[in-house]
Design a protein around this ligand. Structure first.
Ligand code: GKR
Ligand code: MG
Length: 420
């Protein structure tokens, strides 16, 4: 059972004008779809980032994988290390390090290898990963402030969510998302407006949904002093489940942890195994949002969960704009992690395009049910893949740049953090 061919196809799909600390989402989000094919025609699938750096790394790795068995995950890692190289970067700060590039490449192919293993054994991926500990995996309603439409006409109709710039509009968006998908937790993407304004939005959400756990994530947009200033408001009883990445460095998060009255979460300061010792030393975060796409794959996510259990750190999962192959992979691994104690992030409800057969996976009662087909349990829709690849070729975006997009609305926009 040997790998005969590998295809990496960059795609672009429609993305709404969602706001964050760096700017606003562009009309097209990029991903790469990975197909690892055996001589008998069976195909394993992966989904990763579609920026030029990731594509170049995947391309460097690709030829070395032909001829391997999809069961040889250690050989996959060796090929990636040899092809991507780079510094060990242990403890290097966000963003991107050589460590992250290697972990990203391993993850992209590992999911496809595991998909093939599952197909060969007739087992769903969650069974291959040690067995499901829950019948479905919970996700959170991921709310963003947003513009009603993109600045330049992207050639497709505006999204159905409209403008979300006020507290009432945010409550409306939450209501719609909960009606559509039954979410039982809410995450507010912050770092867009003054913290006091965003806390007012949280209070409005709390009034509208008294029992739903709430989180806010300013993506490192607040200074330590600002976080200290607003802590009494954030600490209002029952307001927050956790506070995610108020500040952008591990040391600052450690400082905030000394006066925060709620758990701190991160997908920005602890993003590689090399960051874990310092994280623990500082007690900087109490929740790590894993992301198999850059932690090194599904097995690495399980390793991280074990480390979390060792140090009493809760585990959840982070997301970027993504499609169904990623959601399937997250759901399989999420089902196997006993200490996945928080509903995970997903941008999926914001996405209108899909690359898998049968269209979008369902999120019901805030959860994705386990996929029980062999392997990942999803297949690529070749016509959709060709259409979204065409969109990639046509859209002209090659690297995500939310700041460049924001400068179309505000030419003086400066994305440097902390903003507040
Ligand atoms: O999609 O705008 C966004 C998010 O801000 C994303 O870029 C982050 O990576 O979702 C992420 C987060 O939780 O920080
Ligand atoms: Mg985050």
């Amino acid at each position: 059972m040997r790998i005969a061919d590998i295809r990496v196809t960059p795609i672009a799909f429609r993305d709404p004008p969602l706001l964050n600390v760096w700017g606003v989402h562009e009309p097209w989000a990029l991903r790469a779809i990975i197909e690892v094919e055996l001589a008998d025609g069976r195909v394993g699938l992966g989904e990763s980032y579609g920026d030029l750096e990731t594509l170049a790394n995947l391309e460097r790795v690709r030829p070395g994988l032909v001829g391997l068995s999809p069961f040889d995950l250690n050989a996959l890692a060796r090929v990636v290390y040899a092809a991507v190289g780079g510094d060990p970067d242990v403890g290097a700060p966000f963003p991107r390090t050589g460590d992250k590039a290697r972990a990203t490449a391993i993850a992209a192919f590992e999911v496809a290898f595991l998909d093939l293993q599952g197909q060969a054994l007739g087992l769903p991926l969650h069974a291959l990963l040690g067995g499901a500990v829950r019948p479905r995996v919970p996700y959170a309603a991921y709310l963003f402030y947003k513009f009603a439409r993109h600045k330049d006409d992207p050639g497709y109709p505006a999204d159905p969510w409209g403008e979300v710039l006020t507290h009432d509009q945010m409550v409306g968006a939450a209501r719609r998302m909960i009606e559509l998908h039954g979410f039982g937790s809410i995450k507010l993407k912050g770092g867009v407006f003054e913290p006091e304004f965003e806390i007012e939005t949280l209070r409005a959400l709390r009034r509208a949904f008294p029992d739903v756990p709430l989180r806010i994530d300013p993506n490192g947009g607040w200074s330590v002093a600002t976080t200290r200033r607003v802590m009494p408001q954030l600490a209002e009883p029952g307001l927050l489940e956790y506070l995610e990445d108020p500040a952008g460095s591990l040391e600052e998060m450690g400082e905030i942890a000394r006066f925060a009255t709620m758990p701190l979460a991160t997908n920005m300061v602890t993003i590689a195994f090399g960051h874990v010792p310092r994280t623990v030393e500082l007690n900087a975060v109490q929740v790590i949002l894993s992301d198999h796409h850059y932690w090194g794959g599904l097995r690495a996510t399980q390793h991280l969960a074990t480390i979390g259990r060792t140090f009493g750190i809760g585990i959840s999962m982070h997301s970027n704009s993504h499609l169904g192959i990623s959601l399937a992979a997250m759901t399989h691994v999420g089902a196997t992690i006993p200490n996945l104690v928080y509903a995970s992030d997903t941008h999926y409800p914001w996405q209108e395009d899909e690359v898998i057969e049968g269209g979008k996976l369902a999120i019901r009662d805030g959860c994705v049910d386990l996929l029980d087909g062999p392997g990942l349990g999803v297949r690529v829709d070749r016509a959709a893949l060709a259409r979204l690849h065409r969109a990639y070729l046509d859209c002209g975006i090659r690297v995500r740049d939310d700041a460049r997009e924001m400068r179309k609305y505000d030419p003086s926009w400066n994305p440097s953090t902390p903003r507040f």
